[in-house]
Design a binder for this molecule. Structure first.
Ligand code: THU
Length: 137
């Protein structure tokens, strides 16, 4: 584990804070996420469940949609905290949404605490992605 930058530490703290806001009456599985934009802005989000389960929104997408709706659409890093004991990886749909607003080099920081984290590249968990490039050939 390389030493965390102050910027990534702040991002992780934001994800921890947003995890507490999770609305999870059905799974009781809280997730918090925070994204760093190309302009250095940070947006946090939590998972928001629904009695109609399919209407649930993951924490990652809540954070990303908040950013995009504020006019920002370039992500450079995302921090994600789910389970307290084991690192939680983003679901497939969220990997695809991260890729929509970030390139394959986006840092995905998955962690359970500031002392237990992994930083991986989006391309490691979403290789051969289908992107807008495929639609403009
Ligand atoms: N969840 C997330 O928020 N992010 C993920 O990447 C994985 C799953 C949420 C959705 C649901 O509220 C709960 O975790 C259980 O699936």
């Amino acid at each position: 584990m390389n030493k965390l930058s102050k910027e990534y530490e702040k991002l992780m703290e934001e994800a921890i804070k947003y995890r507490e806001k999770a609305y999870v009456p059905y799974s009781n599985f809280k997730v918090g996420a925070a994204i760093l934009t190309i302009d250095g802005e940070v947006y946090g989000g939590c998972n928001i469940e629904n009695a109609s389960y399919g209407a649930t929104n993951c924490a990652e997408r809540t954070a990303i949609f908040k950013a995009v709706s504020e006019g920002t659409n370039e992500i450079t890093a995302i921090a994600i905290i789910g389970d307290e004991k084991e690192i939680t990886y983003p679901c497939g749909i969220c990997r695809q949404v991260i890729r929509e607003f970030g390139n394959e080099d986006v840092d995905v920081i998955i962690f359970t605490s500031l002392d237990n984290y992994k930083i991986i590249k989006l391309s490691e968990i979403l290789p051969y992605a289908f992107t807008k490039m495929d639609l403009t050939k």
